[in-house]
Design a protein around this ligand. Sequence first.
Ligand SMILES: CC(C)(COP(=O)(O)OP(=O)(O)OC[C@H]1O[C@@H](n2cnc3c(N)ncnc32)[C@H](O)[C@@H]1OP(=O)(O)O)[C@@H](O)C(=O)NCCC(=O)NCCS
Length: 415
Amino acid sequence: MADYDIRTLPAGDDLTEELAGWRRACALGFLGPEDDDGHLELWNRLRVADAMTLVGAYPEHPLPGLPPQVPVATYGAFTKTLNTGGHLEPIHLITDVTVRPTHRRRGLLRAMMTADLREAAAAGLPLAALTASEATIYGRFGFASATFRQAIELDTRRTGLPAPAASRVEIVDAGSAAPLLREAFGRFHAASRGSIDRPAYYDLHLTGRWDGQTRAPNPGVRVAVHYADDDRPDGHLVYTIDEKAATAVVRDLVAADPAVELALWHFVASIDLVRTVTCRSLGPASPLRWALADSRALTTTGCADFIWLRVLDVVRALEVRGWDAAGTVEFAVTDPLGHAAGSWRLDIGDDGAQVTPIASADLTISERALAAMYLGATDARVLAASGLITGPAGRVAELGRLFRTDIPAHCLTGF
Ligand SMILES: CC(C)(COP(=O)(O)OP(=O)(O)OC[C@H]1O[C@@H](n2cnc3c(N)ncnc32)[C@H](O)[C@@H]1OP(=O)(O)O)[C@@H](O)C(=O)NCCC(=O)NCCS
């Protein structure tokens, strides 16, 4: 891009001035405070642990201002796995996207993102994902909301939740709980369509060793672990207590199956002196509401998109997806960036899906509609009504039937 040198920073382990400058730019873009030396080193350790790729944009002819090693735009990416419905597939995760207010709306985000998606596709990654600060930014790059979560409030006096047959929940030492939490999450991740493996930051955040918001340790973090019959963790609850409000604030509730989830809800709703439990990430298939004696003990206080997905390779993405129906459908995908463009026949049988390029099809899906259907977030008929799919009604209905998932996708990983 003219006027800017957009470059990837060297990937070494050392905290260089260039890396410190990049981090400073990021803080500026997200309107946050700048790191002191301790935070910078901590950030650098996490960057190395997650093998982050960092891109910065540097003006060719800078005006006097911040030091030249502070870029005017930042962009980060790393690879984890996504549960595509019974299979864990590497996915390209995008984060730390900022453009300095004095350089905004000159195409810097577009330049960084189009180059990065091109490189991720060339590297063979079939899917990309991000979480969005604003819903208006990423649709133009082919991303669509693919998982949702609810914020809830639970009145503990009215739950009437049945006690699990045998209590398998124990409170553990928060500071040293990381291995247990990782193990429980691993079980959830392997079992849950839509789950994305967690960056290293979670080990610190969930154990109270470091709180991203207060930028300090949080000695108020409590951890309860649910143990499976093999005495290994298969779920956990991380929470803090707001004593004045008699409220338990759930930071993380991870469960390998619905019975484990209910056992954890029963535990937190039974803590003496706690009148209310709040949680920001109840999954769409949570059994909680239906297990309550008084279902109005649960109030939904918010519902928001969470993970935004982008398909980079149609064949690979669909062939590694888990399918809950069988059949054949032909469709064309439109994609202004080109990655998903083409016409395909999708054959789903007992052994999974096969995707074959074809010359043309009378059902047309936008790349955003494909992303929205990929984890089963919505139905093809809804997308057709929204104008993102066009074609004969019967074909649209068949497409919807094939992409429908028995259990809605759920992701508990922010990045
Ligand atoms: C969001 C942000 C990265 C955009 O950067 P930018 O360099 O100004 O974006 P570009 O100039 O490349 O714009 C690319 C396109 O997105 C649009 N766009 C960019 N930011 C937008 C926003 N906040 N809302 C709606 N549209 C937006 C532009 O209009 C442009 O559209 P077009 O290409 O179709 O004409 C920048 O405003 C920013 O740093 N914001 C604060 C931090 C933030 O929210 N980061 C995102 C984290 S998920």
